[in-house]
Design a protein around this ligand. Structure first.
Ligand SMILES: [Zn+2]
Ligand SMILES: [Zn+2]
Length: 267
């Protein structure tokens, strides 16, 4: 059984599913995906996401303002905390730093990231971190503001092995998405081969960046299976081992809140 540790269920292209989210989830469930962590990218969109979690026992959610989200004002620590509590979020984010696209000024991103890390710390919730071309600064802010006993995850990881190792040392997990299957991603597959299996998560980040052989099409949670298959192949282990270990890692990271928020078949 697989866990899609990062998807945006409010943004899926449901054309192939008669416009029904439940059909997209059923397609994933039929392939063995039994848990979804759906990520809100603005506080305004969190309420609608909370309705999705109420309708589907196997969907959990995270609350945050994406580093590149265009929002009128900076989210305060209090606003993030209030929204997360109201929605029953099991994590804070996604947040982080994306210096590849500078559409939101770097200083604004920094302030937002710090506010999320402080909210996560006060709620004792893990943090879901988006990081691109900002290795040192991301790690420095994690070092300063994150409680290693609560931790978090670097999601859709595309950076190098040194960064992954340092993140793990700081108490984080590393999550791989469909990019790892791309022909051009040999360096990332090397990272996937060398990371400790007990710190690895898998995700789709759907609707973005579908894995091979669906590259260029709309991504959806069922394709987390292709991510797991790719990791199994590069590591020379079975898909079952990848599924089992990444699932255990997911519950270790999010377990405290999961047992309250939704029925957990593993406790
Ligand atoms: Zn992201
Ligand atoms: Zn995302």
């Amino acid at each position: 059984m697989f866990v899609d540790s990062h998807c945006h269920l409010d943004r899926l292209d449901l054309t192939l599913h008669d416009g029904r989210l439940s059909a997209a989830l059923d397609a994933a469930r039929a392939r063995g995906v039994h848990r979804f962590l759906s990520i809100a990218t603005t506080l305004e969109s969190a309420s609608a996401m909370a309705e999705i979690t109420r309708d589907h026992d196997d969907v959990l959610m995270s609350v945050g303002v994406h580093p590149l989200a265009e929002v009128p004002e900076a989210p305060s620590v209090e606003a993030i905390v209030e929204c997360a509590e109201r929605c029953g979020a099991v994590a804070i984010g996604e947040t982080g730093l994306d210096f590849h696209y500078d559409s939101v000024p770097r200083e604004v991103q920094r302030q937002r990231f710090i506010a999320h890390l402080q909210a996560a710390r006060s709620l004792e919730l893990p943090v879901v971190i988006h990081t691109r071309d900002a290795r040192e600064e991301t790690l420095a802010l994690v070092r300063e503001h994150t409680d290693p006993s609560v931790g978090g995850v670097l999601h859709c990881f595309t950076e190098d092995l040194d960064m992954a190792r340092e993140a793990i040392r700081l108490g984080l997990y590393v999550s791989l998405a469909g990019i790892v299957t791309f022909a051009s991603a040999k360096a990332l597959r090397d990272v996937a081969r060398q990371l400790p299996l007990d710190r690895l998560l898998i995700e789709t980040d759907s609707p973005f960046l579908a894995p091979v052989p669906y590259r260029g099409q709309a991504n959806e949670p069922q394709y987390v299976v292709e991510v797991a298959e790719c990791i199994a192949e590069v590591r020379g282990i079975t898909v079952d081992e990848v599924a089992m270990q990444t699932r255990a890692n997911f519950y270790r990271l999010f377990a405290a809140s999961v047992s309250d928020a939704a029925p957990n078949p593993f406790v």
